[in-house]
Design a protein around this ligand. Structure first.
Ligand code: KIV
Length: 310
């Protein structure tokens, strides 16, 4: 752990599973809600051990674990594989599965089918979809089918190209009004929470204060009920350009490169493996094994010597 990072892990045995009513209670009591993404079993066990409230199997997996350039390239099948692994590592946080682009926009039927697939095949309790407009209608259909939905407004990476790139949203009064209307449409659709991404803090706080549902910010200031960060960004596993809103709590990439490079050096210089890393064998067993090999090679030598000429 890097210096300056304090440990706040909650004893596992004391934690009870997060529920939707408990999330709402946290919002109403002004208790900040902690959400982080996870994409596999190890990241899920870290989120569990750290005592977060919500875990999102985000389609940011496209960028941070699958190496795609954009999130709209990830498929529902890929999200399901990742979601299943996350489920195995989680016990208490509420699990949210992101609906990838193409899995919900076209019709209510598609949205419900995809949401139910994500729930049944990954074991997530809730799903998240992006944007307002027609997507509020899709959210309503999914909620009506019994699946809790989290909305996502502001910078919605699946449609970043249409939004003019990865940049803050809701910066003009007109755009803020549209976001406010979309937020209310998602709330009326029955969403239990809404993520606001890359939105000016004052706009996000003003909208959040008027909503009854839980609000989660990422690059949206501290006026929301909670915060979310991408696991690989906050741990410094991701390299290269970082969004303004990312705070890095560790530099794991550097540590991983240093560790693998040291391993390579030690293999090449024959310093690894050390005596502690090897299994021993009883000398009598080893002797017997070697005697057997000696006899074997003697026997095959004889067979070779006596082989008749054709
Ligand atoms: O996919 C994701 O990680 C997200 C969060 C940034 C909210 O949608």
């Amino acid at each position: 752990m890097s210096s300056g990072v304090r440990s706040h892990t909650v004893p596992q045995a004391d934690r009870v599973a997060m529920t939707l009513p408990r999330l709402l209670e946290m919002k109403e009591n002004g208790e900040p809600i902690v959400m982080v993404t996870a994409y596999d079993y190890p990241s899920a066990t870290v989120a569990e051990a750290a005592g977060v409230d919500l875990v999102l199997v985000g389609d940011s997996a496209a960028n941070v674990v699958l190496g795609y350039e954009r999130t709209d390239l990830v498929s529902i099948e890929e999200m399901i594989v990742l979601g299943k692994a996350v489920r195995r590592g989680l016990r208490t946080p509420l699990m949210v599965a992101d609906m990838p682009m193409g899995s919900y926009e076209a019709s209510d039927e598609l949205a419900v089918t995809s949401a139910q697939r994500l729930i049944k095949e990954t074991g997530a309790q809730t799903v998240k979809l992006e944007a307002g407009g027609v997507c509020a209608q899709r959210a309503k259909a999914i909620v009506a089918a019994g699946v809790p939905v989290m909305g996502h407004l502001g910078l919605t990476p699946q449609t970043a190209t249409a939004l003019g790139g990865y940049k803050a949203q809701g910066k003009s009064a007109k755009a803020a009004i549209r976001m406010y209307e979309d937020a209310f449409a998602l709330q009326e659709a029955g969403c239990f929470a809404i993520v606001f991404e890359a939105v000016p803090a004052d706009i996000a706080a003003t909208i959040a204060a008027r909503l009854d549902v839980v609000t989660i910010g990422i690059g949206a200031g501290s006026g929301t009920s909670g915060q979310v960060l991408v696991f690989h960004d906050l741990l410094g596993i991701t390299t290269g350009h970082m969004a303004k809103f990312v705070k890095r709590y560790a530099d794991i990439h550097e540590q991983m490169v240093a560790a693998v490079a040291q391993y390579g050096d030690e293999v090449r210089s024959r310093h690894f493996p050390e005596p502690d890393h090897v299994y021993s064998v009883e000398p009598t067993e080893l002797d017997e094994f070697r005697r057997y090999l000696d006899q074997e090679s003697l026997a095959s030598q004889k067979a070779w010597d006596w082989e008749p000429l054709p």
